[in-house]
Design a protein around this ligand. Structure first.
Ligand SMILES: [Zn+2]
Length: 872
């Protein structure tokens, strides 16, 4: 019953499959495409182009009379085979060619399709200056993945068909055109110039690309091959800063993957208004120009370096070894995301890599718990683009890491190299990875794939520990809390894994006490496969701490139920930063002054910044005033990422002391854009709850930021808008936000302001809410992808049924599958929101006040207790 689908939840998880989802298969193949040649002329003022697409096809069997190509909204002028016109019919989505001579098996035919396109909706994008943005550069770029190449040329548009390709394109001077492969010729043609590119290695249609603009060209090289960065003129320094590690990465990946970079050149083109972060077109990656870092952004932005590594890794995983069907896209996206981890490892060390992987795991877990749960490999969907989620990327990366854990480093790389070498210039499915692993290592990892790839979920472990001093036994009880509590022995939600459990003994400090000696770890590996299991480990003496899943290699969540002293010892001494983070979280859950002290100590002295980031988060969670002093000290951390986390944490402790500290951060400024932005948004949040008397002051502060702190990607000003959006009952804040939604506002700032309309709407008067809705309805008419995403995000936060109607019409009208899906999920959210009426809101505010009083009381009691203890 379709209209009930919003309530369809399995095991508390929403369903991935929306109504209309169905199995998807690759089509039958009439033949093998050998070569695709596009000969095009761009007419930029009219946002159109025309030319010929010639497809060389080798027939697989005799007597095929009809060929069906994907071709959306093209004007098809003629179809010829070897210069003989062919009858065809075209319905705007598929081109059916009725061959005058049926095919002969093994024989190649050349199909030439003359066509033109006006204002393409997708596939190929014209970026031009307009009245609101007169300084916008003129650019043309393409985006084929997943099934959008058919919007700019007729083709068999699925990844199972690999062919060589060639693009010859006429563009007005001084624009230059960049495409796949090698530039084999250029030709002057009056006011125009023709660029002729040839890609001699086979690849799928979704990786064919074209990027046109008046770019600065920065040349680098790797083993004699050109490595080129194209950016808008004036950004040459940022280009080097952001992409300059590319040749070293090419060396690193060539070595690790056991296959030298396979294409004749590597170009990265930074384009305006790009709708993804990056796209790994064969030998020609396109990147959003927002990834270009200025000097200040480079202090604490690691996303650009990861993006560069990710897209480069795709040149092997995705472009050299191609997925046969979208359902197996995790093979390439998981590996590219995991490549971010091993580049981090190589460049910044183990701790950074482990923390990066934890971040990926958490981002998947968040999607799993709040959005839906699905198997990584599934061919049941509405549109392939729906698969490009946190399961595909981040969970995929975690699966590759578990494969590495199971095999060990040496065999892992042997398996990866076997997989690449055996499948180069070919298509693969998930089973091919399993086969390569088995071929290279003898190991059959189907059990791992069954649990983590072919079904949804992950284990949620609860781990309890106690020590029996009489019998010298450590007792560890592990519960898989994700599984239902019915002991019929066949629970399909249970995981069956061998997990190492280590007992740690801190070493006495060496003479003089200065040097830090790493603790001894005694490790046992146990099979955990039941809902609840208790293990007894005979030990010579009582361990100081317990390290569950030593190395933290398995994708899981874990709740540690250890005594406080063991948690403290682990936080101080476990050599694995991820274990220290789990200990910090468990301590925060326990609360109390002792935990605060331990966490404060970690925040000031842990050697790894990632642990300090997490310690700050944990301190905020304890909700004791004593945490404030520790956090304020943390504002001086030398690492901007820690300062950012501290600012965030302080904003959750809504006292005038933390308010003053944050106000100072914003007024004095910080070396990092992100720290300033976080402070700005935090201040707005603080005054919305208990510090109402500061509202005017914060309005003033945020207005100053908006006037004075424009700059890189509008990060700081966006922080101010986010802060304003939290001042929900303020009509003044709403007015300021609205001002920044007008066209002409720098794009990133405008998008933040549009989202902010939704956030602030929930506290406004009915009249104002109505007004916001009207604004959003008007903005929904803009076709730019990122604007639509912002509008959907805004509407999804509203608490009025009227938002649902706007979302419905957006879902129906958008040409983008991602927007459509987001709009439908937003409708579910609004339906939930509508339930929370005014009375509930008031209760929430009263509760906030009570919590605050309770916190003060608890803090005072902890102090008294501490005093009485020290008096004893
Ligand atoms: Zn990717």
């Amino acid at each position: 019953m379709p209209h009930f689908y919003f309530d369809t939840e399995t095991n508390g998880h929403k369903s991935f499959e929306l109504p209309g989802a169905k199995p998807h298969y690759n089509p039958d193949r009439p033949g093998q495409v050998k070569h695709i040649f596009l000969d095009l002329a761009l007419d930029i003022p009219n946002q159109s182009f025309s030319g010929t697409c010639t497809i060389a096809l080798e027939a697989i069997r005799n007597d095929t009379h009809q060929l069906t190509l994907d071709a959306v909204n093209l004007n098809i002028q003629s179809v010829q085979v070897e210069e003989t016109p062919q009858p065809f019919d075209y319905d705007g989505e598929q081109l059916h060619i009725h061959l005058t001579n049926p095919t002969e098996a093994g024989k190649e035919i050349k199909i030439a399709i003359a066509y033109s396109v006006e204002k393409p909706q997708r596939g190929l994008y014209f970026i031009v200056p307009n009245e609101h943005y007169p300084n916008k550069p003129t650019q043309v770029w393409t985006q084929g993945e997943d099934e959008d190449s058919r919007f700019w040329f007729p083709c068999f548009d699925y990844p199972g068909q690999l062919a060589t390709s060639e693009i010859r394109v006429k563009v007005p001077k001084p624009l230059i055109a960049i495409s796949n492969g090698e530039l084999i010729a250029t030709e002057e043609d009056g006011e125009d110039k023709i660029y002729h590119w040839l890609q001699q290695q086979v690849h799928p249609t979704y990786l064919m690309t074209l990027a046109v603009g008046d770019f600065a060209e920065i040349r680098d090289e790797w083993r004699g091959k050109p490595v080129t960065y194209y950016v808008e003129k004036g950004y040459e320094e940022d280009a080097r800063r952001s992409m300059g590690k590319t040749p070293r990465m090419m060396e690193f990946f060539s070595d690790k993957f056991g296959y030298p970079y396979p294409f004749p050149k590597y170009a990265q083109v930074c384009v305006d208004d790009f709708i993804f972060g990056g796209m790994e077109n064969t030998s020609t990656t396109l990147l959003t120009d927002r990834c270009l870092l200025d000097e200040r952004a480079a202090i604490d932005n690691d996303r650009t370096e990861s993006l560069v590594a990710h897209e480069l890794a795709h040149q092997w995983f995705g472009d050299l070894v191609v997925i046969k069907h979208w359902s197996h896209a995790w093979i390439k996206e998981g590996l590219a995301s995991y490549s971010e981890v091993f580049w981090t490892d190589y460049e910044y060390g183990n701790d950074d890599a482990a923390y990066y992987l934890l971040g990926e795991a958490q981002s998947y877990v968040a999607e799993d718990s709040s959005r839906y749960r699905r198997p990584i490999v599934t061919h049941v969907y509405r549109e392939a683009i729906e698969l490009y989620d946190r399961h595909l990327y981040e969970k995929g990366a975690c699966v590759y890491h578990m494969i590495r854990t199971e095999l060990g480093d040496e065999l892992f790389w042997k398996a990866i190299q076997t997989f690449v070498q055996d499948n180069a210039h070919n298509t693969v499915e998930t089973v091919d990875l399993l086969r390569a692993i088995e071929k290279a290592t003898g190991r059959n990892l189907l059990f791992l794939f069954d649990q983590y790839v072919f079904r949804g979920g992950h284990p949620d472990y609860k781990v309890a520990y106690s020590w029996d001093g009489d019998s010298q036994l450590a007792k560890v009880t592990v519960t898989q809390t994700q599984a239902k509590n019915d002991n019929n022995g066949s629970n399909s939600e249970l995981f069956d894994l061998k997990i190492p459990i280590a007992f740690g003994y801190t070493q006495p400090e060496s003479e003089g006490g200065a040097t830090h000696v790493s603790p001894l770890l005694k490790t046992f590996t146990v099979r955990i496969h039941e809902r609840e299991q208790s293990f007894y480990f005979p030990l010579e003496k009582k361990p100081q701490f317990i390290s569950f899943d030593r190395g933290n290699n398995y994708l899981k969540t874990v709740a540690l139920e250890y005594p406080i002293s063991e948690l403290k010892a682990q936080l101080q001494s476990d050599p694995d930063p991820i274990s220290r983070i789990y200990a910090a979280k468990a301590l925060a859950k326990k609360g109390g002054l002792e935990s605060v002290k331990a966490l404060a100590e970690t925040l000031t002295s842990d050697s790894f910044w990632g642990v300090r980031v997490e310690a700050a988060k944990c301190l905020a969670q304890v909700k004791l005033d004593q945490a404030t002093d520790a956090l304020i000290a943390g504002l001086n951390d030398k690492d901007a990422r820690v300062r950012r986390s501290v600012v965030q944490a302080l904003s959750k402790i809504k006292t005038s002391q933390s308010y003053d500290a944050l106000k100072q951060v914003l007024e004095n400024g910080d070396a990092s854009y992100y720290v300033e932005a976080t402070a700005a948004s935090a201040l707005g949040k603080m005054v919305s709850a208990t510090l109402k008397d500061k509202e005017d002051e914060v309005l003033q502060l945020l207005n100053n930021v908006l006037r004075e702190r424009g700059g890189w990607n509008e990060v700081v000003r966006s922080g101010a808008i986010a802060g304003l959006s939290q001042m929900k009952s303020s009509p003044v804040a709403l007015e300021v936000i609205l001002e920044y939604t007008t066209p002409g506002t720098p794009q990133p700032l405008r998008l933040t302001a549009i989202r902010a309309l939704g956030t602030i709407s929930t506290g406004q008067t009915p009249n104002n809410t109505e007004w916001i809705l009207e604004q959003l309805e008007e903005l929904a008419g803009e076709t730019f992808f990122l604007t639509q995403v912002a509008v959907v995000a805004a509407l999804g936060q509203m608490e009025t049924v009227k938002a649902i109607a706007v979302l419905h019409s957006l879902a129906e009208q958008t040409p983008d599958g991602r927007v459509r899906r987001m709009a439908e999920e937003a409708i579910q959210r609004v339906q939930k929101n509508v339930g929370s009426d005014q009375a509930v809101k008031q209760l929430r505010e009263e509760l906030d006040q009570l919590k605050k009083e309770n916190q003060e009381l608890k803090s005072r009691m902890e102090n008294l207790e501490a005093k009485s203890k020290s008096a004893n």
